[in-house]
Design a binder for this molecule. Structure first.
Ligand SMILES: O=C(O)CCC(=O)C(=O)O
Length: 255
């Protein structure tokens, strides 16, 4: 466990093999497919963030998926709750109990080749995290890094990126020459069940790929609440605690 924490702190990213079992991945696949099928069939009226993300980049915003599923499908709702509980329990055992699951900045992503592949960025500014500490558990549902595009990361880049000012414009991406000035990219090869965990300041992008393809992944983000949030966070492994979710104003999601 400490080796993983040390690697995350030192390298800003760490691969964990078999983070989910074959059975857990199968259930996750069924859940993600069920959510996409439901959204395609009936849309998400009353859930503007979910609808917006789905239409603009084929993404599923997890902040609204819990309430959407509880009205749409008891089976999918239970499956979503079980999956996020499993991931949260495993992550906290490895990284520490201060981490809280953060659905406000968590997504499913289904690529077909028609969507823009995400350019170089750090989550801290491009994903509008707005928290001191955040990590992303990136989990593909297929094998990636050979045929299907994976993530490319620059190990250790979080140290330099933390010292630089955040980008604030419309497109918060970095170009190849900027990335070359920071470090050497690595393509991450993962099988279903494996995850890449990375810090919100670690440079990464979708591995370039030409033509049509089908790839689905999950981005589960976790934060360490501070100040008054830290006090309240003792009541739940999720932030905001589900009982307060309706009262906590959520900023518009960014894709
Ligand atoms: O799934 C991808 O290819 C991009 C994901 C990403 O950039 C992120 O999770 O921050």
């Amino acid at each position: 466990m400490l080796a993983t924490r040390d690697a995350l702190e030192c390298d800003g990213a760490v691969v964990l093999r078999d983070f989910l079992s074959a059975d857990e991945i199968e259930k996750c696949r069924a859940l993600v497919k069920g959510v996409y099928d439901r959204l395609a069939a009936v849309g998400a009226r009353g859930h503007p963030g979910l609808e917006h993300n789905f239409r603009t980049w084929n993404g599923v915003w997890l902040a609204e998926v819990g309430s959407y599923l509880s009205a749409e499908s008891a089976a999918l709702s239970k499956s979503y709750a079980e999956l996020t509980e499993t991931i949260t329990r495993k992550l906290r055992r490895i990284a520490g109990s201060a981490w809280r699951y953060y659905p406000n900045r968590s997504y499913f992503r289904h690529y077909t080749g028609r969507e823009e592949l995400v350019p170089w960025h750090i989550d801290a500014d491009a994903a509008g995290i707005g928290r001191d500490e955040c990590i992303n558990i990136w989990m593909p549902l297929q094998t990636v890094g050979n045929g299907l595009p994976s993530l490319e990361v620059v190990y250790g880049s979080h140290v330099a990126m933390r010292k630089l000012p955040s980008l604030t414009g419309e497109r918060r991406y970095r170009d190849d020459s900027f990335v070359a000035s920071i470090g050497q990219p690595t393509v991450i090869k993962l099988d279903p069940g494996d995850v890449l965990i990375f810090d919100q300041h670690t440079l990464h992008r979708t591995q370039p790929h030409n033509g049509a393809f089908e790839r689905t992944s999950c981005e589960f983000r976790f934060i360490v609440p501070t100040g008054w949030r830290r006090v309240l966070s003792v009541i739940s492994p999720t932030w905001p605690p589900p009982a307060l979710a309706g009262m906590t104003k959520v900023a518009a999601p960014s894709a």
